[in-house]
Unconditional design. Structure first.
Length: 339
């Protein structure tokens, strides 16, 4: 057998095991490319259905890089984990609660420049600032229209999912998952806050973003140039998940904070978006799924963090929310993204 054939067989075996790097020669047998802009290095199921310090490790809805380089992961079951950046092993867990001590549906996470944690909950919705040990330090104002009905026009379980701090640290942005009642289906609102001189966040501009049909926005992350990485996600029983990664630019979008109903007004400029990758198009890398999926690599992907940046190339970490469900998996995805 020729050496070239032997090497090709070996490369195919490594690819099936998820061992090939994202960047390889053009004639590699197995490419890790998901698209021309996105490739996947590897995935990890190491934390699936595990516990730490008596707490279930899973239900992850958001990720962030802490100031010491470690990872933070928030669970929608009111827990904030510290993870080893290299191994993903849990190192700490802090319980979260609202002002009355009740559990949160915690969905978004930002670690601010002073090390405090900004965490969104889609229950009301809310954004609260927490200390490292889980003490509530502040609560940000929320426009009435974005509150869950009957207080506002938001649908239950469809409010603040994504949370990110824009470059410079002065603007915080939260993404709604689904449209408000009275807005066109698929048009979701992104709310911002501006940091005041005393360090508190005050209500800022608001933007409109159109999702693909049937999808919502589970996460948004600011790139170093001010554009946004936006995850869109949906689920169809018997088929599985749809997860797409977009690059979006809010900088010329209309401020919709004074627009009561978003129903296709000609004078409203939506956030522009460009598809980076449909995650179903990524190589499966030997992954298995516990329920039908268009690609066995897919699961209920909900959290995202930018973990590195160099010359227009991002290292991006995704995580799925297993909902503490036997047919779902807590899975981390290590991507490289060119913007």
């Amino acid at each position: 057998m020729r050496l070239r054939t032997v090497l090709a067989i070996a490369a195919a075996s490594l690819a099936a095991a998820g061992c090939l790097s994202a960047v390889g020669p053009a004639n590699a047998v197995q490419s890790n490319a998901c698209s021309s802009a996105v490739s996947i290095d590897r995935f990890s199921d190491a934390l699936d259905k595990t516990t730490y310090d008596g707490t279930f490790v899973g239900n992850f809805s958001a990720l962030a890089v802490d100031r010491d380089g470690s990872l933070a992961a928030v669970s929608d079951r009111s827990a904030l984990f510290g993870l080893d950046r290299r191994t993903l092993a849990p190192q700490a867990v802090v319980p979260l609660a609202d002002e009355s001590g009740a559990a949160l549906d915690s969905e978004g996470l930002v670690i601010d420049r002073d090390g405090t944690r900004l965490i969104s909950s889609e229950t009301e919705p809310s954004v609260r600032r927490y200390s490292r040990d889980g003490e509530i330090l502040d609560r940000l104002p929320v426009p009435d229209a974005l509150k869950v009905a009957p207080a506002g026009r938001a649908v239950s379980n469809g409010t603040f999912e994504g949370l990110t701090l824009l470059p410079g640290g002065r603007t915080l942005l939260a993404s709604m998952e689904y449209a408000l009642s009275g807005d066109s289906a698929g048009i979701v609102r992104f709310q911002t806050w501006q940091r005041s001189k005393d360090g508190r966040f005050e209500l800022g501009r608001q933007y409109a973003y159109r999702t693909d049909t049937g999808l919502g926005v589970p996460e948004v992350q600011a790139a170093p140039d001010g554009r946004l990485l936006v995850l869109e996600r949906g689920f169809t029983a018997g088929v599985g998940n749809t997860v797409r990664l977009y690059l979006a630019d809010p900088r010329r979008a209309t401020d919709t904070s004074g627009v009561e109903n978003l129903t296709g007004e000609d004078d409203v400029r939506l956030i522009r978006k460009t598809l980076l990758a449909d995650i179903a198009a990524c190589p499966s890398l030997g992954a298995t799924a516990k329920q039908p999926q268009p690609n066995p690599l897919l699961d209920n992907i909900e959290g995202m963090a930018i973990t590195g940046y160099s010359k227009g190339r991002l290292k991006v970490l995704l995580v799925s929310d297993d909902n503490q469900n036997a047919v779902q998996t807590t899975r981390f995805y290590f991507l490289r993204v060119r913007i």
